[in-house]
Ligand binder design. Structure first.
Ligand SMILES: Cc1cc2nc3c(=O)[nH]c(=O)nc-3n(C[C@H](O)[C@H](O)[C@H](O)COP(=O)(O)OP(=O)(O)OC[C@H]3O[C@@H](n4cnc5c(N)ncnc54)[C@H](O)[C@@H]3O)c2cc1C
Length: 382
């Protein structure tokens, strides 16, 4: 590939992930969608091949790969199965709170089990009445000696019921607004912690999305991430770092749909020639490829900024990247369905699943309306 920003070693890892995706995950993708069952076999595949370790430093059991490498891995898996790609993206989302705000002791206690994939992680911010306006949450954490007592209900939490570790946000000062929120690590076997209903949904069907019910759940103060009141800025810093993962999922979906539509268009004939030779279809394919290329340039640029350690403009760039790559995902997968005509609409072909899967990328980790607000706010600040 010209101007490939990956080193030779990173290129080899990409090749490994690409092969695993094509040979082991692609054949499972339709079944994962149909059964709507969480794909533990894919988790096992990631464990065996050390893919969870990409996201963690060597001192915490990982291989210390770059953000770029992690995002490339998510992109490669998303080309064939967005549910499976989300397993990698949410491991990072759930781990980031510990990476960014955890003490050395907390990092040693939790990260190695996430790096090996023994435990899956989750990020629990949203509640029934607080999604975009997340600081309006009602969950509370009350200090009691060396513990906190957590009460509240979270909604729409990815990995509910399959994660062992949940980064849970709650109000330690209910009158404190944005400054009254703190973050805690809650393990799934803690008394008072329960998983409620799991939502049936339009896409990414193999991923669990569910309720968390905390009823006098006693968590040691040693599980608080950062100081009391620092939870909201932490939640936002986590999203700055995790949104590129959703962008990578969107880009993978878009490129996977483009590749499929191209191969189909070369084979399918109407009016005596392949549909790829009809200029209206050729133009669509060209637009799809162009959007993917632009999205990839933006995503890799964002990855390089994360890897540089300079976070001064990351909030804006991360929002721009998420917004663009996921809007591209929706546009391009919709076009792929159009290129296949009637065959695009039936379940025998993967592009209708890709189109359903793409929709959520415009909604979670901050809707694309919220990304626009974030970008505009940062522009006005500039
Ligand atoms: C499958 C799935 C997985 C998810 N995983 C997680 C997870 O792991 N952890 C987690 O914490 N949450 C998760 N979420 C929650 C997700 O992040 C929220 O659903 C999302 O942020 C939107 O919140 P909401 O649904 O309450 O919509 P609302 O906030 O009610 O928004 C409704 C509509 O209004 C728009 N809107 C809201 N405010 C504004 C504004 N100020 N200006 C312009 N438009 C506005 C929104 O863009 C949207 O179109 C998940 C959701 C789903 C569906």
């Amino acid at each position: 590939m010209p101007h490939d920003p990956l080193t030779a070693e990173q290129g080899e890892i990409r090749e490994l992930v690409r092969t695993l995706a094509r040979e082991r995950i692609e054949p499972r993708a339709a079944e994962i969608d149909k059964s709507a069952e969480f794909p533990w076999d894919v988790v096992e595949l990631f464990r065996e091949n050390g893919l969870f370790g990409l996201m963690f430093d060597e001192e915490h059991g990982g291989i210390g790969a770059s953000a770029l490498m992690t995002l490339v891995a998510i992109e490669e898996v998303a080309k064939v199965c967005a549910t499976s790609a989300l397993i990698l993206a949410v491991q990072e989302l759930g781990a980031l709170g510990i990476k960014l705000a955890g003490s050395d002791e907390q990092k040693q206690r939790f990260l190695p089990r996430l790096a090996s994939g023994e435990w899956l992680a989750a990020y629990a911010l949203t509640e029934a009445d607080s999604g975009s306006d997340s600081a309006a949450m009602r969950s509370e954490a009350r200090r009691d000696g060396d513990d906190y007592i957590l009460n509240g209900t979270k909604r729409f939490i990815t990995n509910a019921g399959v994660a062992h570790l949940y980064v849970f946000f709650a109000k330690t000062d209910p009158a404190g607004g944005h400054d009254g929120i703190s973050a805690f690590v809650v393990e799934a076997d803690t008394p008072g912690f329960q998983v409620g209903r799991i939502e049936p949904k339009m896409g990414i069907k193999g991923s669990t999305t569910g309720e968390l019910l905390l009823d006098d759940c006693r968590v040691p103060a040693a599980n608080r991430l950062g100081a009391e009141g620092e939870g909201f800025p932490l939640a936002m810093r986590i999203l700055d770092r995790s949104r590129p993962g959703i962008a990578a999922q969107g880009l993978g979906l878009a490129q996977g749909a483009t590749d499929y539509a191209l191969a189909y268009a070369k084979e399918r004939e109407t009016f005596g020639e392949s549909i790829a030779k009809h200029q209206l279809i050729a133009g669509m394919l060209a637009d799809m490829e162009t959007k993917c290329a632009a999205a990839r340039t933006l995503l890799y640029r964002c990855a390089q900024v994360i890897d540089s350690g300079d976070e001064s403009e990351l909030t804006k760039l991360s929002a721009i990247t998420k917004l663009f790559c996921t809007d591209v995902a929706m546009e391009v997968t919709t076009d792929a369905v159009q290129v296949l005509g009637g065959y695009g609409y039936i379940q025998e072909y993967p592009v209708e699943r890709m189109m359903r899967d793409a929709k959520i990328t415009q909604i979670y980790e901050g809707t694309n309306q919220i990304q626009r607000l974030v970008i505009a706010r940062e522009m006005l600040r500039d």
